[in-house]
Design a protein around this ligand. Structure first.
Ligand code: 16G
Length: 241
């Protein structure tokens, strides 16, 4: 059966498949769809049928209409689904045994940069924890964490050789819910390289994260420096729609 002889329902289906293929493969975001009249002629359907098909695309946010100008392909959005995991969980999910070597932990004033990131004043106290994180006993990451004392009083008395997230969640009933994170390339300075058992200036991944709790409070600022030769950042992304 040729396209033009197809029953109405099949033609509508063909029209939709054609439009989806146009949007997905041929047109760029912001480019214009053919006019209703052209599509109606091409598929041998009424303009009302075309309008309904385009309505559906609009509801699905695949296209948008501009009055008097036509219908355009929407900008595709990419939703990142990234689980908020601790170092320990991250390593276990890779089949590696996480470990921690405490460099030091102290109560210090937040200072301008840390205070700003945590939304507290520079004079407010934070607990600064510096750790070498290991995977199967090998250094993997250098981690500097800053936790406001107001969120976790007495944190310095808690065990520091395991999971910090566990301590925050169990001892302080803090539920870590979301985080803002940046990832950058960097090179290791002398002292960092020694702690991670690699050569100075070796490439590394600098991950900075501010994590918020169930009340929207910034609970931790962390700067994690991962060895470039041992760590890759892996995420699953989903296309919407
Ligand atoms: C991750 C977090 C760090 C957190 C740690 C807790 C980044 C940049 N860092 O490494 O903020 O302190 O997990 O891990 O993602 P833990 O519970 O095993 O101590």
């Amino acid at each position: 059966m040729s396209k033009l002889e197809a029953p109405q329902e099949t033609k509508t289906g063909q029209l939709r498949a054609h439009l989806l293929a146009l949007i997905d493969r041929e047109l760029q975001p912001g480019e214009k769809l053919p006019t209703e009249r052209d599509l109606a002629e091409q598929f041998g359907v009424s303009r009302l049928t075309v309008r309904r098909a385009v309505d559906r695309l609009e509801t699905d946010q695949l296209v948008y209409r501009v009055q008097g100008a036509g219908t355009f392909v929407s900008h595709k959005s990419i939703a990142k689904t990234i689980e908020l995991t601790s170092f320990s969980e991250d390593m276990r999910s890779r089949g590696l045994e996480p470990g921690s070597r405490l460099i030091d932990a102290a109560q210090v004033p937040a200072g301008a940069r840390v205070g700003f990131a945590l939304g507290i004043s520079p004079a407010d106290p934070v607990v600064r924890i510096r750790r070498v994180r290991t995977a199967n006993g090998t250094p993997m990451c250098l981690e500097h964490s800053y936790v406001p004392i107001a969120i976790a009083p007495g944190l310095l008395d808690q065990p520091m050789d395991g999971s910090l997230y566990d301590v925050l969640e169990r001892a302080y009933k803090i539920r870590l819910e979301r985080a803002d994170q940046s990832i950058k390339a960097t090179v290791l300075e002398l002292e960092e390289a020694e702690l991670l058992a690699v050569r100075p200036l070796a490439p590394a991944l600098l991950v900075e994260r501010v994590t918020y709790d169930q009340r929207g409070r910034a609970a931790e600022l962390a700067k994690s420096i991962y060895r470039g030769d041992r760590y890759s950042y892996e995420i699953t992304i989903h296309r919407e729609g």
